[in-house]
Design a protein around this ligand. Structure first.
Ligand code: C2E
Ligand code: MG
Ligand code: MG
Ligand code: MG
Length: 286
């Protein structure tokens, strides 16, 4: 609801989420301050191979505690986009992930993916490729994957395309995030240097109860494979969803609360050690 103020009245404006204009301004102010003080954290969510159950990588997810209370990314990421803070936020997340990669490298025994979400806005920053180059060289042994969401529409501007090419030439890879729910036509997949697609959680939502939902997801997986992409299915919350994917298990990756929740890096290192041990035991008994 919004109300246009008459003369002498205090202007009151409430957004669709029920927040007043003042609350929004305070949110932006607090976010700016948190960025100035580098107070954002990362939670890492493991990405798992469906056939073996082993962890093959992690996704870095920004976390912000505002006065002790966690603010949902679905609130502060759009706020950062609107307020022109998303480039700085993205740089800080990439820098923290790069630092954490050192500990991750020591904790894993094979190829490992470290995925970082980026805003389309970052692909328009002239200095972004330099940041990626620095991150890639510091992460030696770990593959940096940059996740670009399909939700905002895929930008086919030649400059953005050139940036994506440069990112890949630098040794990073690109994933299309939230695949299947965007407004873009899928023909962009043909034009962009992309190595992974992440099927949006909504595509996996009903695969354990609805044959057609499963058929749809399976055709997305098949398309991804045909085009040579790595495929990750997001939003696996139930055993029955995972079971529905078993027939597609080979090379398929999955992410979801059933497998692992996002966690601080300290906890991730423990989980990785356990996973590595399980892998060793499996290899010895094979
Ligand atoms: P995303 O990149 O698609 O990340 C996956 C989201 O799904 C995460 O939410 C994760 O916690 C959640 N998730 C994982 N498994 C499950 C599951 O089984 N069920 C359900 N319901 N959800 C699951 P989160 O951390 O709240 O992040 C929301 C979105 O915010 C992300 O979606 C991403 O688009 C954006 N985001 C997060 N961190 C960053 C960042 O550093 N930069 C940018 N530009 N965007 C970010
Ligand atoms: Mg993502
Ligand atoms: Mg996603
Ligand atoms: Mg998503």
């Amino acid at each position: 609801a919004s109300k246009v103020a008459g003369k002498g009245e205090v202007e009151e404006y409430v957004d669709t989420m029920g927040r007043s204009r003042l609350e929004r301004l305070e949110l932006v102010d607090d976010l700016r301050r948190a960025l100035d003080r580098a107070e954002l954290d990362i939670a890492y969510q493991p990405i798992v191979a469906v056939d073996t159950g082993r962890i093959v990588g992690v996704e870095a997810l920004a976390r912000w505690r505002r006065g002790g209370v966690a603010v949902p990314p679905d609130l502060f990421i759009p706020t950062a986009e609107d307020a022109g803070l998303i480039v700085e936020l993205g740089e800080q997340v990439l820098a923290t992930a790069t630092t954490d990669a050192r500990a991750l490298r020591a904790a894993v025994d094979g190829p490992f993916l470290l995925a970082v979400n980026i805003s389309a806005r970052q692909l328009r920053e002239p200095t972004f490729v330099d940041s990626v180059r620095r991150a890639v060289s510091a992460m030696r042994g770990i593959t940096l994957v940059l996740e670009v969401t399909e939700r905002q529409g895929i930008d086919l501007d030649p400059r953005v395309l050139a940036t994506m090419e440069a990112i890949c030439a630098a040794g990073a890879e690109i994933a299309i995030d939230d695949f299947g729910v965007g407004f873009s036509s899928i023909s962009y997949l043909h034009d962009l240097p992309v190595q992974h697609i992440k099927a949006d959680a909504t595509l996996a939502q009903d695969i354990d109860t609805d044959e057609r939902a499963l058929a749809l997801l399976r055709s997305v997986i098949a398309m991804g494979r045909t085009l040579g992409f790595g495929v990750v299915v997001e939003g696996i919350e139930r055993e029955s969803q995972l079971a529905a994917l078993a027939a597609d298990g080979d090379d398929l990756l999955a992410q979801g609360f059933l497998l692992h929740r996002p966690m601080p890096v300290s906890e991730l290192l423990v989980v990785l050690a356990t996973d590595r041990l399980a892998g060793t035991v499996a290899a010895e008994s094979a």
